[in-house]
Design a protein around this ligand. Structure first.
Ligand code: ATP
Length: 478
C-alpha cells in the first residue's frame, strides 16, 4: 500500500499530542525547548521499544545488563574527552541575539543569499551550493569573511555575526550545597562511560570472559544549541547502549557482526527496510576515539538521519580511564595468559529517536470507503495497546460479556475497553492508536460464545471462541 505523500513531521506532532503519545514539556508555561513528555500511549510505546531492545541485547549469554548513576565523578568526563572535545562551534547574531550552530548555518540560509556570498570568493570546492558554503565555513580565514557578508536567517541583518566560539554541550550542576567550581559535576551526555568504569566490576562479578558486552538504557543530557525536528534532537533523551569488549585483533569481526545484528533489529520490528541504510564515516571524519564508525540511518520526512551509531572505539576509553584513575583496566586472558586492555565495539541507539522513527514509519493515511483512515501500523510487539474490547451495543447483556473478557485478558495484555459511539468510529480510534486487534461482542456471541477479532492492517475479521482468546492473542503477539 502506498504511503501517503503528505506525511510531515507537523502531522505526526499533532497526532502525537491529540492521542497522547507526546506532549511538549511544561506546556502550560509556554514549553521548555528541547524537552518532551510521553503521554499514556507514548509511554507504552517507549517502554515496548526499550523492552524489545533489552530482550534482544541481554537475553543472550554474552551480554550483561547495568544501570549506572546519571551523576558521575567529574574526572570521568575529563578522561572521556568530553570536557575538552564535546563542543559545537556556535555563532551569535549581535543584533537579534539568535544563536546558531556553525555547521548548520548552510541549511538555514536561503540559496539566494548563499549564491550572493559565494560570488565574493574564487573557486570554491564542492558540488552543491551547500557543500561550497560549508567548505568555506570549515576554514577559519574564509569563515571569518563569510560571516561578515551573509545575512542572519532570523533578523535578516548583514554582518552581525560574532566569530565562532566553542560551546560545551554538557549540562553542569553542583554536588552538595556549595556552588563553587570545586563542586561542579555534569549530567551525563552519554550512558557509555557508566559502562566503561564498571567494566572490571561486571567482568569479575559475572565471571564473563572476552568477548562479552554490557548493556544499559538510560537518560542522557546534551545542551544542544539548536533543537529541532520534534524528538530527533532534544536536550534530554534516552539511549540504549551496548559496549562489547573484545580482544584486540578481533575487533573488525565483531564490528561487522554488530552492524548486521543492529540493522536487523529495526527491520524485525517492522521498520521499512528501504528506509534504513548504513552511513559509514570516512576515515577523515572519524571521532577522536574511533577506528571505524557507521550510522544506521532512517529516512525521515526531512531526510536521512542517524538513529544508531556503531563504533569501533579501540582501547581508547579504558586506556584513558586507566591513565586518569591510576587503576589498571587490563583484562587477564586465561586462554592466552596475557594481560591487555580490550577493544570496544559500541552500539549506541537513541530510544527517543527510534521512537520517532517507529512512529513516523508506522503512520499511514488510507482511503477506505471514501473516507480517510489514519492508521499506525506498529509491529504488535511495539503497539501501546494490544487489543480493544468493544460491545457492539450497550444492551442485551453484551457489556457484561465484554467486561468479563476484559477481566480475563488484563493480566496478560494492555487492554482498552470502549463502548462509546458507533462501532466504525471506535475501530478508527483504535487504528489511529495503532491497536492491532479489536475484539467485538455481538449478537452471535450471545448464542455461541464467540467474538469477532478484527485485524488492524487488513481490517479482516475472524470469529474466535472466547475461551481461546488468550492463546490466540499470545500467538499473534509473539
Ligand atoms: P548527532 O550527530 O545526531 O548529534 P551523535 O553522533 O552525537 O548524534 P551519538 O553520540 O553517537 O550521536 O549518540 C548515539 C545516539 O543517541 C544517536 O544515534 C541518537 O539516536 C541518540 N542521540 C544523540 N543525541 C541526541 C539528541 N540530542 N536527541 C535525541 N537523541 C540523540
Amino acid at each position: 500500500m502506498e504511503k501517503s505523500r503528505n506525511e510531515t513531521v507537523e502531522k505526526i506532532v499533532s497526532l502525537a499530542k491529540r492521542r497522547g503519545f507526546v506532549f511538549q514539556s511544561s506546556e502550560i508555561y509556554g514549553g521548555l525547548n528541547g524537552c518532551w513528555d510521553y503521554g499514556p500511549l507514548g509511554v507504552e510505546l517507549l517502554r515496548n521499544i526499550k523492552e524489545e531492545w533489552w530482550k534482544a541485547m541481554t537475553y543472550r549469554d554474552d551480554v550483561e545488563g547495568l544501570d549506572a548513576a546519571i551523576l558521575m565523578h567529574p574526572r570521568v568526563w575529563e578522561a572521556s574527552g568530553h570536557v575538552e572535545n564535546f563542543t559545537d562551534p556556535m555563532i551569535d547574531c549581535k543584533q537579534c541575539k539568535a544563536r546558531f550552530r556553525l555547521d548548520t548555518l548552510a541549511e538555514l540560509i536561503s540559496d539566494k543569499n548563499k549564491e550572493k556570498a559565494l560570488k565574493e570568493f574564487d573557486a570554491v570546492e564542492g558540488e552543491t551550493l551547500d557543500d561550497k558554503f560549508t567548505a568555506l565555513l570549515e576554514k577559519q580565514e574564509t569563515a571569518q569573511k563569510l560571516l561578515e557578508i551573509v545575512n542572519c536567517p532570523q533578523c535578516g541583518n548583514k554582518g552581525t555575526f560574532t566569530q565562532p566560539r566553542k560551546f560545551n554541550l554538557m549540562f553542569k550542576t553542583f554536588l552538595g550545597p556549595v556552588e563553587d567550581s570545586n563542586n561542579v559535576i555534569y549530567l551525563r551526555p552519554e550512558t557509555a562511560q557508566g559502562i566503561y568504569v564498571n567494566f572490571l566490576n561486571v567482568a569479575n562479578a559475572s565471571r564473563q570472559k572476552l568477548p562479552f558486552g554490557i548493556a544499559q538504557i538510560g537518560k542522557a543530557f546534551r545542551n544542544e544549541i539548536n533543537t529541532k525536528n520534534f524528538l530527533f534532537r532534544t536536550r534530554e533523551f534516552e539511549q540504549m547502549e551496548m559496549q562489547y569488549f573484545v580482544k584486540p585483533g578481533t575487533d573488525k569481526e565483531f564490528y561487522d557482526y554488530w552492524k548486521e545484528i543492529r540493522i536487523q533489529w529495526f527491520k524485525s520490528l517492522g521498520m521499512t527496510p528501504s528506509k534504513l541504510r548504513f552511513h559509514d564515516h570516512p576515515a577523515d571524519k572519524l571521532a577522536h576515539y574511533a577506528k571505524e564508525a557507521t550510522d544506521i540511518e532512517y529516512e525521515f520526512p526531512f531526510g536521512w538521519g542517524e538513529i544508531e551509531g556503531i563504533h569501533n572505539r579501540t582501547d581508547y576509553d579504558l586506556s584513558r580511564h586507566q591513565q586518569y584513575s591510576g587503576k589498571s583496566q587490563q583484562y587477564y586472558d586465561d586462554a592466552s595468559k596475557e594481560k591487555y586492555i580490550p577493544y570496544i565495539i559500541e552500539t549506541s541507539a537513541g530510544a527517543s529517536r527510534s521512537f520517532m522513527a517507529f512512529l513516523i514509519d508506522a503512520y499511514y493515511e488510507e482511503e477506505v470507503k471514501g473516507e480517510t483512515r489514519n492508521v499506525l501500523r506498529f509491529h504488535p510487539k511495539l503497539a501501546p495497546i494490544k487489543a480493544a474490547i468493544l460491545p457492539l451495543v450497550n444492551k442485551d447483556g453484551m457489556p457484561e460479556i465484554a467486561r468479563k473478557i476484559e477481566t480475563e485478558l488484563r493480566p496478560y495484555f494492555k487492554i482498552f475497553y470502549d463502548d462509546k459511539g458507533a462501532i466504525g468510529r471506535r475501530y478508527r480510534r483504535m487504528d489511529e492508536a495503532g491497536t492491532p486487534y479489536c475484539i467485538t461482542v455481538d449478537t452471535q456471541t450471545l448464542e455461541d460464545n464467540t467474538v469477532t477479532v478484527r485485524e488492524r492492517d487488513s481490517m479482516e475479521q475472524e470469529r474466535i471462541s472466547i475461551d481461546k482468546l488468550v492463546v490466540y492473542l499470545q500467538e499473534k503477539l509473539r
